[in-house]
Design a protein around this ligand. Structure first.
Ligand SMILES: [Cu+2]
Ligand SMILES: [Zn+2]
Length: 172
């Protein structure tokens, strides 16, 4: 009698091992709450992806068009206008703007919102880290969505207007 593992069972075991290894990689997330009287809400997930950290951001309830999105330096969304989140997260002391190769670590550019008020942004950065407590760690910072478009050049904040949603990034 053969002692080989049944191919179906083997497939199930392989799937279980893959699921476990996926769980082992670090994740962080945040739920964005409306600020400045807006209806904008959303959620974001950061996951380790090889040498980089990948952000998946989903927003609803926003006006159609481009909205500036940034990681701000203070994990505090308590103010009604989210001013408590401070300025752009900039641990490497660079100048604002995504075309600039040496921009703020917190510069995410713009999220494009459709006629249905929804938008998605996916972005990876090698410079980000997740949960290691280093100055490049996204955990403990605040993700902010703005009323207007980030012009990607005006220092220090891209002239993108009021802060319409804010969420503190925490480890999962
Ligand atoms: Cu901002
Ligand atoms: Zn910036």
């Amino acid at each position: 009698m053969k002692t080989q593992i049944d191919p179906v069972l083997r497939g199930t075991l392989l799937a279980a091992v893959l699921a476990l290894s996926a769980c082992a990689s670090m994740q962080a997330s945040t739920t964005l709450e409306s600020k400045s009287g807006s209806t904008v809400i959303g959620n974001a997930t950061f996951s380790e992806d090889g040498d980089q950290v990948t952000l998946q951001l989903d927003v609803t309830g926003a006006s159609p068009g481009a909205h500036g999105a940034h990681i701000h330096e203070l994990g505090d969304c308590s103010a009604a206008d989210a001013s408590s989140a401070g300025g752009h997260w900039n641990p490497t002391t660079k100048v604002h703007g995504t075309p600039n190769p040496e921009h703020h670590l917190g510069d995410l550019g713009n999220i494009q919102i459709g006629q249905d008020g929804k938008g998605t942004l996916k972005l990876s950065k090698e410079e980000w880290t997740l949960g290691d407590g280093a100055s490049t760690d996204v955990v403990g910072k605040a993700l902010v969505i703005h009323a207007g478009e980030d012009d990607l050049q005006t220092d220090p904040a891209g002239a993108s207007g009021a802060r319409q949603a804010c969420g503190v990034i925490s480890k999962q």
